[in-house]
Design a protein around this ligand. Structure first.
Ligand code: AMP
Length: 635
């Protein structure tokens, strides 16, 4: 029987059905306003008691992004909840048409996380976040609904039941131990699904699905990854960390990450259609690679500062793992070596100092915010900034923070350090120069897009790539612009220079050599995928690694492809050059050494975790850090 009224409410339609109730669209005749009524199928006292509990929890949560519960009521023996009507329907409904636009998805995530932040601060865990429970108002505002499974929790307590919806449940939730962090996992699953159109864990049966969630990594992002900035995917991967201790630690932390992501998805800045050439097309495409030229400060007694590519002593094959240090939180940037230390920044916001010889962790310095890029190291000082918006100068001898500068926006990449000055690339598009002594700001210049590329200081110029697709050459003194050049996509990899040329890769898959003095293009080559990292140069060639694993040697003279190989895995980090050898490490957890002369593979070893930042070679040792929070030395 179709109802036309329930108590004083006129019934105007049917909104949906959950596991235990149907939801009706109703009209309040006195207030002249729509309402959603939740009517349980089972009207037994146990169920209505449960719903009353749900109503109480939700009624205490008054927030613009939480679906408001106004009342419980009963009419003709039927118990129901009276709720705010979300006219835009659920995100599940929108998903029917496939993946959704990233900037819109991130907008919704920002609102959902605000709701969670609020609920968590009141000790309420949702425990059943999924696209069906994320509703939209007529104005496209997110309304988190259905706190039917939520429990009032103390932060350290665990909700000891397994209720939930399996595809969205965190591993610990499946074991009956849901915490606040389990909500972040569920939001990560939703985030992934909205962007790709499919959930990150798939299986034939619920049982198999649960076992996948507890033991395997999410399905790779597939081709869709090419349409989004890497930060988006690393944000999701941090939400989908099986070990809660490694997961994004709080709704606040996620809110901060999303705030950083939002401007990166603005129209015009997103590298939409990266060209994906046909197979024949790929045959004569050379590719680009990223430079790992971050370790400039050579330990005393082993020669002065040097560029990657002029390495002595060099690696000797085969390499053996000399030590492994467990740093604890994910590392997404290449390690840096200096003063007998290996220095890594973590996504947990710590700069970790590790003894170069033995791998003993000797200091952890809190810098704040996730640290997505390696520090610059010069004269015994490490300079590092991250999503917390601060730049810290760390004295590697004292092993303490010497000064900190508040920059007001996330730092986008490794700064460049010259004798007196630091050049800090910012995600809000500013390049800020600071005095190395004390950190006072001496000049600021602004690009039209985010700066997520490490600047290079050479011949009185600061070269920096931007997500506005341009490479800028600024005068080192005063930061006035000397020239600019425009690529067809983001420039996130640092530029590399040699013999009056600067070589730069772009997300449009090109590698371009320009005259350093004028910005005139000397040659350009196209690779089959993003060039997310910079090239490494020796006297004759630029070695470039593209995201799809294509590694190429291009002659500096005219861009002729000397050789090209397709390596395993996907690469956001670049190669490291050591004498005759190129070392690469990638997302598939493999480290490989190849001959620079012809690209032939000479050695490889598995890594337990993905390497996103690329390896670093110093002397006869190669250091590689993983998303699993480990740092390894091979020599
Ligand atoms: P639930 O029983 O809470 O899972 O609700 C089942 C479905 O009803 C949801 O997936 C929504 O499509 C719809 N729905 C629930 N609450 C509302 C509401 N307040 N406004 C509009 N639609 C709703």
């Amino acid at each position: 029987m179709t109802r036309t009224a329930l108590g004083k409410y006129e019934i105007r339609g049917h909104l949906g059905k959950g596991a235990s109730a149907e939801v009706l669209l109703a009209w309040h005749p006195v207030l002249k306003a729509p309402r959603a009524l939740k009517v349980p199928f089972d009207q037994s006292p146990e169920t209505t008691d449960k719903l009353t509990l749900e109503a109480r929890t939700q009624a205490q949560l008054v927030h613009p992004n939480i679906c408001q519960v106004y009342d419980t009521d009963e009419a003709d023996g039927t118990f129901f909840l009276v709720m705010e009507y979300a006219a835009g329907g659920s995100l599940r409904r929108l998903l029917k048409d496939g993946p959704l636009e990233a900037s819109r998805v991130v907008d919704w995530m920002v609102q959902a996380v605000e709701a969670l932040r609020y609920a968590h601060s009141r000790d309420v865990v949702h425990r059943d976040l999924k696209p069906d429970n994320l509703l939209l108002s007529a104005e496209d505002a997110v309304k988190v609904a259905d706190f039917g499974l939520a429990r009032i929790l103390q932060p350290t307590e665990e909700a000891r039941t397994r209720a939930g919806t399996v595809p969205y449940m965190a591993p610990e939730h499946l074991k009956g131990q849901a915490t606040f962090l389990s909500d972040l996992w569920s939001l990560g699953v939703v985030f992934y699904e909205l962007l790709t159109g499919a959930p990150p864990f798939r299986a034939e049966s619920q049982w198999e699905l649960a076992s996948r969630i507890m033991s395997s990594d999410p399905e790779p992002f597939g081709e869709g990854v090419l349409d989004h900035p890497p930060e988006l995917w690393s944000c999701i991967r941090r939400l989908l960390e099986r070990d809660p201790a490694r997961r994004t630690p709080s709704a606040e932390a996620l809110a901060e990450e999303l705030r950083v992501l939002q401007p990166l998805l603005g129209p015009g800045l997103l590298p939409r259609a990266v060209r994906r050439p046909e197979a024949e097309d790929l045959a004569d495409v050379p590719l680009s690679q990223e430079p790992t030229v971050v370790a400039h400060d050579w330990p005393q007694g082993r020669g002065g500062p040097r560029r990657a590519g002029s390495v002595a002593p060099a690696l000797v094959l085969p390499l053996q793992m000399a030590w492994r240090a467990e740093v604890g939180s994910p590392i997404v940037a290449p390690p840096v070596v200096g003063h007998g230390l290996v220095v890594v920044g973590t996504t947990g916001g710590e700069l970790v100092l590790v003894e170069e010889a033995w791998g003993r962790i000797i200091e952890r310095l809190a810098v704040g915010g996730s640290l997505p890029a390696a520090p610059a190291v010069l004269d015994g000082k490490a300079y590092v900034g991250g999503y917390g918006g601060r730049l810290a100068a760390v004295d590697l001898v004292e092993r303490s923070v010497e000064w900190e500068a508040e920059l007001g926006a996330p730092v986008g990449a490794t700064p460049a350090a010259s004798k007196d000055t630091l050049f800090v690339p910012m995600l809000d598009g500013r390049l800020v120069s600071l005095q190395r002594a004390g950190g006072a700001v001496s000049a600021t210049w602004t690009a039209h897009g985010a700066l997520a590329s490490a600047p290079l200081v050479v011949d009185g110029l600061v070269l920096v790539g931007s997500r506005d697709h341009r490479l800028y050459a600024l005068e080192q003194e005063g930061l006035s612009e000397r020239w600019r050049w425009e690529a067809g996509g983001w420039i996130d990899g640092g530029p590399a220079a040699s013999g009056g040329l600067v070589v730069v890769g772009s997300y449009d898959g090109t590698v371009t050599a320009l005259e350093l003095a004028t910005g005139r293009v000397v040659w350009q080559m196209r690779l089959p995928a993003w060039v997310a990292a910079g090239a490494v140069l020796d006297d004759e060639c630029a070695y470039v690694l593209a995201f799809d694993g294509t590694l190429a040697a291009l002659e500096l003279r005219d861009g002729t492809q000397r050789w090209r190989v397709r390596t395993k895995g996907r690469h956001l980090g670049g190669p490291a050059l050591s004498g005759e050898l190129l070392v690469i490490a990638g997302a598939e957890g493999l480290i490989t050494a190849r001959l620079a002369a012809d690209g032939a593979e000479r050695w490889s070893a598995p890594l337990e975790g993905e390497c996103l930042g690329g390896p670093t070679v110093a002397g006869s040792t190669c250091y590689v850090a993983g998303r699993d929070g480990s740092l390894m030395a091979f020599r």
